[in-house]
Design a protein around this ligand. Structure first.
Ligand SMILES: Nc1ncnc2c1ncn2[C@@H]1O[C@H](COP(=O)(O)OP(=O)(O)OP(=O)(O)O)[C@@H](O)[C@H]1O
Length: 258
């Protein structure tokens, strides 16, 4: 991939990061290094701490121990360089599409917002209300609202989870294309292992509060849907998740599905 990158992604360094809620130790002295501009996907069992990790990276929560750094700088000091996207687009219904994208911008914001809308293919819907858009289009607007700030770090919390299969594939391609063009660092939390291996440079599995698996996705881009290597990597991640589940589930009654 030789696409010229427009801005620099943020490198991330997590040193012994712990997070607990009461007696529940969700992240246990987690160490992690992410290079500038890398695309990371985080998978793991429900309740394993994926969203907690993302909220810590976003500065929405503080760790109970350890440090989160961007290079040598505490991540909290450059939080303005971070944007987040969720499963729901969280658009303001009383503002037009372009006003949603330009929220918080000053000066010649309209031009920048229009450009961001163009990069997600929705420049022709700028003056409409969010209610007039489909779920996939709303997520495109949410993506434009993140891009307009030229983030160094884009945090994605299951942003495609509510979309139908085809729209989901289109959004995967769009996010990957924009990441290649702009060069920000991405941390994507997803339940969909095939999505994780199709999009990311590295897939991380969170297990018992630590990184249980750190798998490099050695498949050149653009990636071909249905590639044998992607399927092998997907199986490797799934086997790892299921193996852990099997040993946990031995004491539980088994239900067989036809
Ligand atoms: N604000 C909170 N207060 C108390 N417990 C919390 C809070 N947020 C998360 N937890 C707990 O921390 C654990 C990890 O939650 P988290 O949402 O990070 O998991 P997850 O891997 O993203 O799960 P899922 O895949 O189901 O979204 C869970 O046991 C959850 O109940």
């Amino acid at each position: 991939m030789n696409t010229a990158r427009l801005n620099q992604g943020i490198p991330l360094l997590l040193n012994g990061v712990s997070k607990r809620y009461g007696n529940n130790l969700v992240l246990n002295a987690l160490d992690l290094h992410i290079a500038a501009g890398q695309f990371i996907a985080v998978v793991g069992r429900s309740g394993g701490g994926k969203s907690t990790l993302l909220r810590l990276l976003a500065g929405l929560e503080s760790p109970n121990g350890g440090a989160l750094l961007a290079g040598n700088t505490p991540l909290a000091e450059i939080q303005h360089d971070t944007r987040m996207m969720f499963q729901d687009a969280r658009l303001l219904p009383w503002k037009s599409v372009i006003d949603n994208v330009g929220l918080g911008l000053k000066g010649r914001w309209r031009e920048a917002a229009q450009q961001a809308l163009q990069s997600v293919g929705l420049e022709h819907r700028a003056s409409e209300w969010p209610a007039a858009l489909s779920g996939g289009q709303k997520q495109r607007v949410a993506l434009a609202r993140a891009l307009v700030h030229q983030p160094g770090l884009l945090l994605l919390d299951e942003p495609l989870g509510a979309l139908d299969a085809l729209t989901r594939l289109e959004m995967q391609a769009l996010i990957t294309e924009l990441w290649q063009r702009y060069g920000f660092t991405v941390v994507l939390v997803t339940h969909d292992v095939s999505e994780a291996v199709a999009m990311a440079d590295r897939v991380l599995l969170i297990e018992e509060g630590k990184i249980g698996l750190d798998l490099a996705i050695d498949v050149p881009r653009p990636r071909r849907l249905g590639s044998v290597r992607l399927a092998e990597l997907e199986e490797e991640v799934l086997n790892r998740v299921m193996k852990r589940g099997e040993s946990e589930a031995t004491a539980l009654p088994r239900t067989r599905h036809a």
